[in-house]
Design a protein around this ligand. Structure first.
Ligand code: SF4
Ligand code: SF4
Length: 390
């Protein structure tokens, strides 16, 4: 099989992947232990698919996905779309307004990365089949499969896992999409795993606004803004809302502060670049007025589409509450009549946070008419806190 791994690597690079490596199909105990401990602490929050017994068994034993699996071909592609601050400034200039803006995670500025990754992984799998010969069986995944993909990528030498729990490549940083192909054939792994390189640095732990990095290499998803804005389905815990700032889809803070990101270079792949000048830092006022049809039109082809209008507007309401900009009161007042109770509830919280007579009047009127128990709870909380403050 001499030279096979090199030819697979060459093909992967021609397909546009920046990094490629091969790991044995069974992970060392330290990765499995870290996964089990994470589940035992409940750090996966509402991501029940991470804890389903059949899924756990497959993550621990990939031969339950592909019998006789021997190797995992891991790939990564750099998606860094450019400096977020500069992108926000360009958006402001293009739209000539000074209204509050939200921040969208770097990975969601472009089109849905699954659409770019999947066909290329399939093509690479086809190449491996042709190269190795025989009846090679495979399974290809882009972050949705029951595979501990970051652990496999580390074992394949694609980078080391940092204290922020991200995979970091010493010459590319951590703005990486990962994919993997499980194959039932032994492929040589020419590269050894990299040792951790965080040293004494603790920048990510100090910068996390919600304390979600509870210790080095340990992430409590339930406190993570990325989880709260994307995966979490219902009401956001009130004590975390003020800490979320203007992050409305994902959060990159623990990556932005990482010194290894100084090696990041802007991606050459158009699909990962900004889909519109307004995508990295969209106007919160505009988002808050999107109806269902407008939401689908605006986010067609974007990963943001997957969380749905209700969750996005929930996040936008929190960001407006945190903006301190009283000009948002009329927009939030209108949102108190939104068809989605989730949106009404968070709009109520945002109005309370902004305060002032106009907001108080809107909240009073909502208390008279609101019938949803979920929203009423927010309105009663508002009433109680106001009573305490008086
Ligand atoms: Fe903290 Fe944001 Fe990193 Fe989550 S993504 S751990 S909230 S800094
Ligand atoms: Fe490691 Fe520092 Fe980067 Fe955190 S910020 S992942 S501690 S190098």
């Amino acid at each position: 099989m001499h030279g096979t791994s090199e030819r697979i690597e060459e093909r992967a690079r021609r397909l546009g992947f920046d990094l490629i490596g091969i790991a044995p199909a069974h992970l060392p105990q330290m990765h499995l232990r870290a996964y089990r401990d994470w589940l035992a602490r409940g750090d996966h929050g509402q991501m029940a698919y991470m804890a389903r017994p059949d899924r756990v068994a497959r993550r621990e034993d990939p031969s339950l996905i592909l019998p006789e699996v021997r190797s995992v071909v891991c790939v990564a592609v750099n998606y860094y779309p450019g400096d977020p601050g500069e992108a926000e400034e360009r958006g402001r200039e293009a739209h000539a307004d000074d209204t509050p803006r939200g921040r969208v995670s770097n990975y969601a500025w472009g089109t849905d990365y699954h659409d770019w990754m999947r066909p290329r992984l399939e093509e690479l799998a086809g190449f491996i089949r042709a190269e190795v010969g025989g009846d090679v069986r495979y399974r290809a995944y882009v972050d949705t499969g029951p595979v501990l993909e970051r652990a496999f990528a580390a074992q394949a030498g694609l980078g080391f896992i940092g204290k922020n729990t991200c995979l970091i490549h010493p010459r590319l940083g951590s703005w990486l999409f990962l994919g993997e192909i499980l194959v039932d054939v032994d492929l040589p792994s020419p590269v050894a795993p990299l040792p951790p390189r965080c040293g004494t640095c603790t920048r990510c732990l100090e910068a996390c606004p919600t304390g979600a990095l509870t210790a080095p290499y340990r992430l409590d998803g339930r406190r993570c803004i990325s989880y709260l804005t994307i995966e979490h389905k219902g009401s956001i815990p009130p004590e975390l809302r003020p800490l979320m700032g203007n992050r409305i889809y994902g959060c990159d803070i623990c990556q932005e502060v990482c010194p290894w990101q100084r090696f990041a270079r802007t991606t050459a792949i158009p699909a990962f670049q900004t889909a519109s000048s307004d995508r990295p830092a969209p106007s919160l006022w505009n988002l808050m007025t999107l109806d269902e049809e407008g939401f689908h039109q605006r986010f067609a082809g974007s990963p943001i589409l997957r969380i749905g209008r209700g969750r996005l507007l929930r996040n936008v309401a929190v960001a407006l509450g945190n903006s301190g900009d009283a000009r948002a009161v009329p927009t939030l007042t209108a949102a108190l009549c939104d068809p989605a109770p989730l949106v009404r509830a968070h709009a109520a919280w945002a109005l309370r946070r902004l305060g002032g007579p106009e907001a108080a009047h809107a909240l009073d009127a909502a208390r008279q008419r609101e019938t949803s128990p979920e929203v009423r709870q927010e309105l009663v909380a508002t009433l109680t806190e106001e009573a305490v403050q008086r």
